[in-house]
Structure formats: structure tokens, C-alpha cells
Design a protein around this ligand. Structure first.
Ligand SMILES: Cc1cc2nc3c(=O)[nH]c(=O)nc-3n(C[C@H](O)[C@H](O)[C@H](O)COP(=O)(O)OP(=O)(O)OC[C@H]3O[C@@H](n4cnc5c(N)ncnc54)[C@H](O)[C@@H]3O)c2cc1C
Length: 424
């Protein structure tokens, strides 16, 4: 039986896999991309129906293609994002094979390269790039109650309000997913409790520039590492309804009851940490610090951007903030469902190589792993803060493709004796 061979095998055809393929193609690196479903599958079927990009069209894209017929300041709906990556892959004829799952990757013994078991047979490759996504396995924390009366789903399974039973909802987690889902549920007529932890909440726009622009010019997308102590700080932004600043006081005045971090569930009663005011205050401080940095940037560079003093005005504190609930009897409050917007983990059980630390975390530098020939792309903070975002992954993929091309040159090297014998 002949075994299919390629130089570089890319696993996953989301934005990371498509970007990888573009850069490898430009460098003439023979490669193949295997995708178990369809191109950009997560944008198609693993996100809620109304999701639009959190960044504007001019920003959340690859350099080589604009969104067709879209206002550059618009927030593109998720299905169009999937179509964009499909069109992008077509543009350079990316060698993507869909419907093929990679089951196992092992290093060859006594010879270079890797053997890859897939749902359609075995492949050998000199290198592998894991582009299987930053958000692979939904995490529901162990505090989740075991209570058959409650419908519990992760944000990755949430589609629309109609999916949930009648009754109130507790949304746990107030990053971009949690706030957007809570807002949608409340607007659909549901009573919503929103459990809020530590978060950053940049203004949607300030002085005529979107926050994506501000983070760009202020160098924040390029930050190489998280600031110490911010490992559990999420970012709350929204492109929904034309894009707006996430304002927790506004959500409360709209009718959502804010509560602190979810602590436990005992006998149908949820308990919350007494940290709501502190979490909101820290989010406010983060918001104001961006306004200050933007003002200083404008002044330093003499930019002509309109002042916006009203951006510093706060809505009055709602009652749920001044007198926070520390416990909630779910049945008495009519809560019939919980949406866990509590993030994701990675799953590399199929990648059986020496590229992980004792906790199973990928060991790498800018995606070049500790196992020669194995690469990661698309992971949070792979090289910078922007690494999981559409534009950021494109730049990381470029670096990795360049590393691969350099390695190929080492392998192509022939010593003088060998050169003489082959030219004779
Ligand atoms: C709700 C939400 C909203 C987001 N909004 C934005 C936004 O507005 N702007 C932005 O820049 N970023 C956004 N992101 C972040 C990021 O852009 C997405 O998470 C994006 O999907 C990551 O792309 P990826 O290619 O790295 O991974 P994925 O999209 O997860 O792609 C990985 C691919 O690998 C495939 N795969 C996995 N395992 C295997 C296997 N064993 N064999 C073969 N194939 C496999 C999967 O089917 C999948 O198609 C958002 C993320 C979430 C969760």
C-alpha cells in the first residue's frame, strides 16, 4: 500500500489553517490542509445565530481581501465571515481537503517526520502545524449544579432565545459572549441574571475611532504577554446592533440583574461572590485608562479628532450594583436555565509528540514548538495579544511559514562531496 506524503501537513481549516496555507503557498512549500468539517466550520455552526464580528470589517480581515459589498465600519455577520474564508482559500487555490479528521500524529522512529492517522488513511509529513483553534473544548466549571430541572448549555451551544425553556436565565460569564447573549435574551423578553467577573471593557469607539484602531496605534494588540494578574480578565465588547460599548450599568437599567462571580449551588440556591462592585469598578478603570491613553496620543500627535467629553459620563449605579444579590433561590426566581459563557480549553490528545509541558500546555516560542517539526498557530498569546484574532493569526502564520521554509533549506543542504558525486 502506498502512503500519501506531503512536506507540511496543516490540521484545521479555520482562519489559522487558511492563513498558514497562503503563506506556505507563497514560499512554495508543498503542503496539505486537512479539515474534519468545512472551511471555517466554527463560524458556521459553533456560534449563535445573530453573532457578528466584534471588530469592524476594515480590521477583522486578512490583508489580501476586503469583505465584498460591506461598509468598512460595519460588523460582519458570522455566515459572511465563513464565506469570506472560503472565498479567500479559493483565491489562491489552497490545497484544503475537507471532511477528513486527524486522529493521531506520532513522530517517526529512526527517520525524520511524522505519521498521521486520519479518518481516510495514513499520511506522512516532514512537519505538522496544529491549527485546530484556540477555543476547542467548552469549559463548564465544576460548580455547575446537577439538577435535572435546569437546562444548562455552554455559550458554544447557544443559538437563539427560542432554544431555552420558558422562565428566567442565569448567564454565567460576562466576556463578549456572555454580555451579548444576556442582552439578546433580555431583549427577547426573558428575565436575565448576569454573573460578572473581572473584565476589560474598552469603549466601542472614542473620538471617531473604533477601539480596534486605538489598540492598534497604542501598540496594545502587539503586547507580547498578559500583564501579571490579568490571566482571568476577559474582554467585553460587542459588534451587535451596529456596535456599542458594553456598559454594565446600561444592561442593568435595561432590566438585567447583575450579580458577582458564581461561587456555588446548594439545594437549588446559587451563591455569588461579593465582588460585583469591584469587578465593575475595575472594568470602569480599564475603560477610562483607554480614553486617557487615546487623549494623550491625540495630543502628542496633534491629531484633529473631535473631543468627546460625554464618553466619561457614567449612568447612575443600579440597585443590583449597590445592593448586590449574594444568593438566589433559582426556583423561587423562576430560573429554568443556565448559559455558561465560561470559556474554552484546547484538546491536543491526538498530537502525541513532545510539545507539551506537564500540565498539557503547548510548549512553543511564537508557535515553533519544543518538538522540532511541530508548530502551533492560532493560540491565545501565541506571539502577542492579537494572536487569536483574524488579522493577528495571519501575521503569526507568516512567521511560522518562514520558519518552515528555512528548515527546508537546512534539509536541502548537500555537502561538497555529495554535490560532486551527484554532478559527476
Ligand atoms: C464567539 C466568538 C466570537 C469571535 N469573534 C471574533 C471576531 O469578531 N473577530 C476576531 O478576529 N476573532 C473573533 N473570535 C476569535 C477567533 O477569530 C475565532 O475563535 C476563530 O474561529 C479562530 O480561528 P482558528 O482557525 O484559529 O480556529 P477554529 O476556527 O477553531 O478552526 C479550527 C478548525 O480545525 C478543525 N479541526 C479541529 N480538530 C481537527 C482534527 N483533529 N482534524 C481535522 N480538523 C480539525 C475544526 O473543525 C475547525 O474548523 C471569536 C471567537 C468566539 C468564540
Amino acid at each position: 500500500m502506498t502512503i500519501e506524503k506531503t512536506d507540511t501537513l496543516v490540521i484545521g481549516a479555520g482562519q489559522a489553517g487558511v492563513a498558514m496555507s497562503e503563506h506556505l503557498s507563497k514560499l512554495d512549500v508543498p503542503h496539505l490542509v486537512l479539515e474534519r468539517n468545512r472551511i471555517a466550520e466554527r463560524w458556521r455552526t459553533e456560534r449563535w445565530d445573530s453573532l457578528v464580528c466584534n471588530g469592524p470589517a476594515w480590521h477583522d480581515r486578512f490583508p489580501g481581501l476586503e469583505f465584498k459589498d460591506a461598509d468598512p465600519d460595519a460588523f460582519i455577520p458570522k455566515d459572511q465571515v465563513a464565506a469570506y474564508f472560503e472565498a479567500y482559500a479559493k483565491k489562491f487555490n489552497a490545497p484544503i481537503r475537507t471532511g477528513v479528521e486527524v486522529k493521531k500524529v506520532v513522530r517517526n522512529v529512526g527517520r525524520p517526520g511524522f505519521t498521521i492517522e486520519t479518518s481516510e488513511g495514513t499520511i506522512e509529513a516532514n512537519r505538522v502545524v496544529a491549527a485546530t483553534g484556540p477555543f476547542q473544548r467548552p469549559i463548564i466549571p465544576p460548580v455547575a449544579p446537577k439538577d435535572d430541572r435546569l437546562t444548562q448549555i455552554h455559550s458554544a451551544q447557544y443559538r437563539n432565545p427560542g432554544q431555552l425553556p420558558e422562565g428566567a436565565v442565569l448567564v454565567v460569564g460576562a466576556g463578549s459572549s456572555g454580555v451579548q447573549i444576556a442582552d439578546e435574551l433580555q431583549r427577547a423578553g426573558k428575565k436575565v441574571y448576569l454573573s460578572v467577573g473581572a473584565h476589560d471593557r474598552p469603549p466601542r469607539a472614542y473620538r471617531n475611532r473604533d477601539f480596534c484602531w486605538w489598540l492598534g496605534v497604542l501598540g496594545e494588540w502587539d503586547a507580547a504577554a498578559m500583564k501579571p494578574g490579568t490571566e482571568h480578565v476577559t474582554i467585553a465588547v460587542s459588534g451587535a446592533r451596529g456596535g456599542h460599548t458594553v456598559d454594565f450599568r446600561g444592561l442593568a437599567h435595561q432590566g438585567i440583574t447583575l450579580v458577582g462571580m458564581t461561587k456555588s449551588f446548594d439545594d437549588g440556591v446559587a451563591s455569588f461572590q461579593p465582588d460585583l462592585a469591584e469587578n465593575i469598578a475595575r472594568g470602569d478603570a480599564n475603560y477610562l485608562s483607554l480614553l486617557d491613553a487615546a487623549d494623550a496620543y491625540i495630543e502628542r500627535n496633534g491629531l484633529d479628532l473631535p473631543e468627546e467629553p460625554e464618553a466619561r459620563k457614567k449612568l447612575p449605579d443600579p440597585d443590583c450594583l449597590t445592593n448586590p444579590l449574594l444568593s438566589l433561590d433559582l426556583a423561587a426566581a423562576g430560573v429554568t436555565s443556565i448559559v455558561w459563557a465560561t470559556g474554552f480549553a484546547v484538546d491536543y490528545s491526538w498530537l502525541q509528540v513532545n510539545a507539551f509541558d506537564e500540565k498539557g500546555k503547548p510548549k512553543h516560542q511564537r508557535g515553533v514548538s519544543s518538538e522540532p517539526g511541530v508548530y502551533f498557530v492560532g493560540l491565545p498569546w501565541l506571539s502577542r495579544r492579537g494572536s487569536t484574532f483574524i488579522w493577528g493569526v495571519w501575521h503569526d502564520a507568516k512567521y511560522i511559514a518562514d520558519h518552515i521554509a528555512t528548515q527546508r533549506k537546512y534539509f536541502a543542504y548537500r555537502d561538497a562531496a555529495h554535490r560532486a558525486s551527484t554532478s559527476a
